[in-house]
Write a protein that binds this ligand. Sequence first.
Ligand SMILES: *Cc1c(COP(=O)(O)O)cnc(C)c1O
Length: 371
Amino acid sequence: MSVRDLVKPHIRDLAPYKPGKPMEELERELGISNSIKLASNENPLGPSPKAVAAIREAADQIHRYPDGASFKLRSKLAARLGVGEDQLVFGTGCDEVLELIAKTFVGPGDEVVFPWPSFAMYPIVVTGMGGTSVRVPLKADLDHDLDAMAEAVTDRTRVVMVCNPNNPTGVSFGAEAFARFVSRLPDDVVLAIDEAYFEFVRRTDFPDATKLLATRPATIVLRTFSKIYGIAGVRIGYGITSPEVASYLERARHPFNVNLLAEAAAVAALDDEEHLRRTLELNTTGGDYLREELGKLGIETWPTDSNFVLARAGADVYEALLHQGVIIRPMSGFGLDDCVRISIGLPEENERLIKAITELRAATDAEGDAA
Ligand SMILES: *Cc1c(COP(=O)(O)O)cnc(C)c1O
């Protein structure tokens, strides 16, 4: 018997997550040193300086296990969100909270409904637990098809996931559409609302999904410290849910999943209003700049409520930009083959990207003229 035969079938069939290309890897491959990465929706300003200081201060305690309840962070965040301390579940990134949801509610034969294209981890956590992914295509304008999602629910459905604003499109839905969707959803399926980009949202009618918890306990809202808070490297995210659902997710959670440095960093980052304000400002002006300049080049983009821009820039742009030391995210494999996802960077990074695409276009046009 080979090792392959020993592996559980759903693990064998799993396609590993493809992260954005690390800068070190590209620089090694090309022998260059000044690459930029606009590929993983990281904070271009870097981490909150307060979070970095908190990690330095906590460093001499790392011979201790972390506080398994993350009490300091829990009490601060619960007060901030206006929810009970027993309504929060922390994970090593919101990725782990997604996995805890699958571990708690999904097994072989169970279905999980989610939009597609959307966050690549959804099918991975579902398949990892032996469940079946039911992908509901986005509408032509790349908005969620919430009616089709409600219709996709069967008596085998355990979890319905939405991603608002959606990754990789940046598109969001408003309170009215959300209320209509919820009214069509049976109460006995878990509704997971991934709000990884919540803090970047511009639209004023964005739904307050946490309000739903008062009437619909099988609801989980997911947020993260990886995006606006800029501490993706220490891995911490959380779910906001009912005390009952939290009590079950807690059973599935490893006792010391959130490490000591991550908790200290998150507590400090929550209070760094200056860093948050600067990040938001940079993101708004950078997003507007990218959309405007791409538009001038005749490249279609979508309105964004996140820290990235989806652009129909052509399938070969990703590879071509790599050779210029610019890393963005290709969307092949997501059913958006001619699109790329560009994380909004510092002004000079955004300018370098636009300049690189402009030059590529000019080179292609010249080739076309010569042919
Ligand atoms: C980035 C992201 C996450 C996960 O973030 P973590 O780093 O694991 O906290 C979850 N959902 C979406 C849609 C994301 O883009």
